[in-house]
Design a protein around this ligand. Sequence first.
Ligand SMILES: [Zn+2]
Length: 55
Amino acid sequence: MYCVCKEHVELAIDKFVDEYEDAPDLVNLGEATFTAWEAPKRCEWCDGPAEILIV
Ligand SMILES: [Zn+2]
């Protein structure tokens, strides 16, 4: 699972496919609400805001 900014979505998808050999689901963090989990504020690979969850 990766939380990334918009610029790193492609990178995250590539990594996800490499690691899990399956296509990920993309969740827009701005539209999703989580009860038992708080999404990271920052991108996995830069200081940009985490906007997309790759799961
Ligand atoms: Zn980023």
